[in-house]
Design a binder for this molecule. Structure first.
Ligand SMILES: [Zn+2]
Length: 319
């Protein structure tokens, strides 16, 4: 991925490309931002920039350096992932320190990606600080963390900090369309909106059966609207497969009932199932249904038997 392909965050991209073009690229960077905002993706783009062999725009995405970076097999890119045991230990940092003084194997620069530093303890940070104070000229350190304030002030002051935010819904949806070309653009737009533009969360929702729960919630709503009690029972029985699946479906159902209420008030909405509900049910019926779904969500938080729960939900939706 090239820098300009990174979604949103125009200020960060502008500052980084300015540093890249001017030859004043920092020795240490901290990328901070919430989960799913693209910290790791940006760290890998910076790593590719450091090892890119092109004379023009870097990372070019096609040279041998970029290709190895993409396949995570470049000998001058060192990655340690804080979610793995021992990854942020003082021993790891000492190893990095020793290694950093050895010249790059084949790239113009060596780069150390120290990812997910949220749990990096002070002794390890202090060990890192020693090399950040006098870094070898051809070495770049990239740290990712949810908030730079978690790190020691001394580490922060030796680094340039870049803050990532989720892009707006349209930008996020456009990215999701590229990533999931087979999926319905309208649905991807809903995912982007649902996750307030947070691409990581949206991808997780799409890949973890987000579509399945949406489809089931829509079918359930249709069965409620048409008062088809037997169909409804068959549908709610599907919820007994897992608590997580039930929770996601009920959450989606709650969202659809909210949409239906908005449609009844004359607002524009995108879901067909919610539109139908707003046409067939009175506002009062929609409010009762919404309340019952809220209760269903609450009940699910207790350790309720899922077989019992699915039957109970069917009955309460037909109230
Ligand atoms: Zn390249």
């Amino acid at each position: 991925m090239k820098l300009n392909e990174f979604v949103g965050n125009d200020t960060v991209k502008y500052e980084l490309s300015k540093a890249m073009d001017s030859g004043t690229f920092p020795h240490a960077l901290i990328i901070e931002g919430a989960k799913g905002t693209g910290k790791k993706t940006l760290a890998h783009i910076i790593a590719a920039y450091c090892v890119c062999l092109s004379d023009n725009e870097k990372p070019c995405g096609i040279c041998a350096g970029c290709t190895k970076a993409l396949h995570r097999c470049h000998p001058d890119i060192f990655i340690t992932d804080g979610t793995q045991p021992g990854a942020l230990s003082i021993e790891t940092v000492r190893k990095i320190r020793t290694d950093a003084y050895i010249l790059p194997n084949e790239a113009p620069k060596k780069v150390y990606l120290i990812l997910d530093c949220d749990k990096m303890l002070a002794p390890a940070q202090n060990a890192l600080l020693k090399i950040l104070e006098e870094p070898p000229s051809n070495v770049v350190f990239v740290l990712t963390v949810s908030s730079a304030n978690i790190l020691l002030q001394t580490v922060r002051s030796r680094s340039r900090i870049y803050t990532l935010y989720p892009p707006d819904t349209e930008e996020a949806a456009a990215f999701l369309e590229k990533r999931f070309p087979d999926k319905n653009p309208g649905e991807l737009m809903s995912f982007a909106a649902l996750c307030s533009g947070n691409i990581g969360t949206a991808i997780e929702a799409i890949e973890c059966g987000g579509e399945e729960t949406t489809a089931l919630a829509e079918e359930i709503l249709n069965a409620v609207v048409r008062r088809r009690s037997y169909d409804l029972l068959l549908l709610t029985t599907k919820l007994s497969s897992s608590r997580d699946f039930s929770a996601k479906t009920v959450e989606k159902l709650l969202e659809l009932s909210g949409e239906a209420i908005r449609a009844s008030s004359g607002l524009e909405i995108s879901s067909d199932a919610a539109k139908l509900a707003s046409e067939k049910l009175s506002l009062e019926q929609l409010y009762i249904m919404s309340k019952n779904i809220e209760k269903a969500r609450e009940v699910l938080m207790y350790n309720v038997n899922l077989n019992f729960y699915s039957t109970w939900l069917c009955a309460s939706l037909l109230e």
